[in-house]
Design a binder for this molecule. Structure first.
Ligand SMILES: NC(=O)c1ccc[n+]([C@@H]2O[C@H](COP(=O)([O-])OP(=O)(O)OC[C@H]3O[C@@H](n4cnc5c(N)ncnc54)[C@H](OP(=O)(O)O)[C@@H]3O)[C@@H](O)[C@H]2O)c1
Length: 332
């Protein structure tokens, strides 16, 4: 799955590689006709994604639970791009009520929706149930994005794109992939497997969504991405693990330099905000013209990659869709 390319930074067929930045993969692209929603834009990869898409002219809506942090990101972006168009709407992804309120607020803005980037996520948190009674990593990373937005592709003629932030961690879910019958069972919980499960769910969801959109004839694509191994606030529940991974030489040559930098300069190792290469694959999949019509695929280092067999299991994807739909409806 592209480990060699990630480690060496060698460019793939797209002309980009693990050393490419979000600015490089979107160079020359005019996004001024586009409205983009980015969840979790208040830090890390989401903040850098918001910055670059705003720089390319897109109207950016940041979905964030921490409004103060999101405002700081907005101010930061405005300093480098004074013309940036950025709005912030509060969202708590682990609460279905909050996700619905977010959708209503967005609809009230009467903007088109061209690109939806489901970026927000948590990793390895101790067992916890959401306010809807659902295991927290599944609730935040998967179920919170399982809501319908009306894309304006038909009206505007502009292809809509959905980008789900998955992870290489999709290779390590529970043995059965998705633990449908014990999802909320504290005794069966393992923080790493639960994260792997939620990231597997992101790919399965994208694939099933892509299939359904195609069947409906909608001019909207859905893809999933692994953004690389980037030291961000994501590691708050596992700082040692993340430091170890980030410092291994397989994390991508240029990116590795960036990851090590905060340690060299004596800053806190797990709290860095803007990661240039970390947002590249998301921005590539969201904007690049070469991906017109490409749907149901998985990308890493701005190139298409093959995820695990479980992630490509269309029966499992359908089962997850039906399960998620039932779960969401039961909480209405
Ligand atoms: N960093 C990596 O190496 C890596 C590798 C593979 C995949 N990913 C994926 O990339 C995505 C972004 O992660 P990151 O590394 O940029 O981590 P991050 O810096 O922790 O950013 C995650 C964002 O999601 C938000 N968020 C978390 N839980 C939320 C909730 N319940 N409701 C609303 N917002 C919530 C966070 O808000 P707060 O600031 O309020 O917490 C933050 O803005 C995640 O989906 C992650 O799984 C990251």
């Amino acid at each position: 799955m592209g480990y060699w390319r990630e480690a060496t930074g060698i460019k793939g067929p797209s002309g980009f590689g693990s050393g490419s930045t979000a600015e490089q993969v979107t160079e020359g692209i005019d996004a001024s006709a586009l409205t983009v929603i980015i969840t979790g834009g208040s830090s890390g990869i989401g903040a850098e994604t918001a910055r670059v898409l705003a720089q390319r002219g897109a109207q950016v809506i940041i979905g964030a639970r921490n409004l103060e942090a999101a405002n700081a990101v907005k101010q930061n972006i405005l300093e480098s791009t004074p013309s940036a168009r950025i709005d912030i709407i509060q969202i708590e992804l682990s609460s279905l009520k909050s996700v619905r309120a977010f959708a209503d607020k967005f609809l009230a803005m009467d903007l088109p929706l061209n690109i939806l980037i489901n970026n927000a996520g948590v990793m390895y948190c101790p067992f916890q149930l959401s306010e809807d009674g659902i295991e927290m990593q599944f609730a935040t990373n998967h179920l919170g994005i399982f809501c319908s937005f009306s894309f304006t592709a038909e009206k505007t003629g502009i292809e809509g794109r959905i980008v789900n932030l998955s992870s290489i961690a999709h290779i390590g879910p529970y043995r059965e992939g998705i633990m449908f019958d014990k999802l909320n069972d504290k005794n069966a919980y393992n923080d790493k497997s639960a994260y792997g499960q939620s990231k597997l769910a992101n790919i399965l969801h994208s694939n099933e969504l892509a299939r359904r959109l195609k069947e409906e004839g909608a001019n909207v694509t859905a893809n999933s991405v692994h953004p690389g191994l980037i030291r961000t606030n994501l590691g708050r529940h596992a700082p040692v693990f993340i430091s170890t991974i980030a410092d291994l030489p397989h994390s991508g040559s240029l990116r590795l330099l960036e990851l090590i930098q905060p340690t060299i300069h004596g800053r806190a190792p797990t709290v860095c905000t803007l990661k240039l290469q970390g947002a590249a694959t998301t921005c590539y999949v969201a904007l690049h013209p070469s991906l017109k019509g490409v749907s149901g695929k998985y990308f890493a280092d701005s190139n298409e990659e093959k995820p695990t067999a479980k992630a490509r299991d269309s029966a499992l994807a359908k089962k997850l869709w039906d399960f998620s739909e039932e779960l969401v409806n039961s909480k209405s």
